[in-house]
Ligand binder design. Structure first.
Ligand SMILES: NC(=O)c1ccc[n+]([C@@H]2O[C@H](COP(=O)([O-])OP(=O)(O)OC[C@H]3O[C@@H](n4cnc5c(N)ncnc54)[C@H](OP(=O)(O)O)[C@@H]3O)[C@@H](O)[C@H]2O)c1
Length: 307
């Protein structure tokens, strides 16, 4: 596993990060299997774990806390999110400073930590990033409850705004073969000293049409998520079918090598519930994307015609 600096935070992270969200965190996914994946990731050198208070119906964060209990976390950067939570029925947004502070305190308890290495606001609006909230976040840092501050947004206007805010150390954006248009913004963020995390680095399985291989209930759940939230990506993903026929690397490895070929990315964060997929993804660290594959990816991105 290779490691990269996380902007100017003084922390380094594994270039493949493990996302503790989605099906991984759900109660109906066997806890022993979920924990086994986290332990295998740790043993494979992963030092970046991403979760959120609202993920998986609120179950993902405490599950990650249980998985990390008793493990050496010396080099591990645990990231969680605030601004959203699950009320038992649905995800609720609350970016009031007092709600963010309460969320941080709950997250520390659930994760079993004294300090959160990275707190990320989960999809804030520009108007919510006001002076009062930024002042409260700065005080959380001074009190040692959080080490670094970031925000996760898929809205370029919000990311652009965050780049100009000195309180923020890290941004997490949606960056994968389907989203090459994020590269200039990522370069701008990195030039401003922000650490950049690529969330959805595998385009949620659309980069390799994995999402249509129905082998278990979780696969049906992945398809329903795609149909509900990411319909456009289903069509876009169809252009990248050629990634499944490469010599020397799998489609997921090529998709990760593409993201990691951008030196401005600190970590490509993947989600998985299958050990074989985790192993394959960890082996993508250090893989170089062959020039011919890059050319075909860029062609598919430009013209929408994969061969
Ligand atoms: N999606 C979002 O809206 C979002 C938002 C903010 C942050 N994030 C962060 O980004 C992380 C990753 O995003 P994500 O989970 O949405 O999507 P993702 O990592 O882009 O894709 C996950 C999908 O890819 C499949 N997969 C993983 N490895 C594979 C492999 N080697 N071969 C074939 N298929 C593979 C998974 O299925 P299997 O389970 O079968 O492996 C799953 O269907 C999240 O966990 C979270 O930390 C995501």
């Amino acid at each position: 596993m290779l490691y990269r600096p996380l902007g100017r935070t003084g922390m380094t992270v594994s270039e493949i990060g493990f996302g503790c969200a989605s099906w991984w965190g759900q109660a109906r996914f066997d806890e022993r299997e979920a924990v086994r994946l986290v332990h295998a990731a740790l043993d494979g050198g992963v030092t970046f774990f991403d979760t959120g208070a609202a993920y998986s119906g609120g179950e993902a964060e405490p599950r990650l806390g249980r998985a990390l209990r008793g493990r050496d976390l010396g080099r591990v950067v645990v990231a969680t999110k605030a601004g959203t939570y699950h009320d038992g029925r649905r995800i609720v947004r609350d970016f009031r400073p007092e709600a963010i502070e309460a969320s941080v305190e709950r997250s520390l308890g659930r994760l079993g930590l004294d300090t959160l290495p990275l707190l990320q606001l989960h999809g804030p609006a520009v108007a919510e990033l006001d002076e009062e909230l930024r002042g409260r976040l700065a005080r959380l840092k001074q009190r040692g409850l959080i080490r670094a501050l970031g925000a996760n947004s898929f809205d370029p206007t919000v990311i652009e705004h965050l780049i100009g805010l000195p309180e923020f150390d890290v941004v997490m954006v949606d960056y994968n073969v389907l989203r090459p248009e994020r590269a200039p913004l990522i370069a701008e963020a990195a030039a401003a000293g922000k650490g950049v995390l690529a969330g959805m680095a595998l385009a949620m399985g659309h980069a390799n049409r994995q999402v249509f291989r129905l082998r278990a209930p979780r696969d049906v759940w992945y398809v329903l998520r795609a149909l509900k939230n990411h319909r456009a990506d289903i069509g876009k993903g169809a252009r990248f079918g050629f990634l499944s026929q490469l010599d020397g690397m799998t489609a997921s490895q090529a998709a990760l090598a593409y993201v990691l070929s951008d030196p401005n990315v600190s970590s490509a964060v993947i989600g998985t519930t299958r050990m074989a997929h985790l192993t394959e993804n960890l082996e993508a660290s250090g893989l170089e994307l062959p020039a011919a594959t890059r050319a075909r990816i860029e062609e598919a991105q430009r013209f929408g015609i994969g061969r």
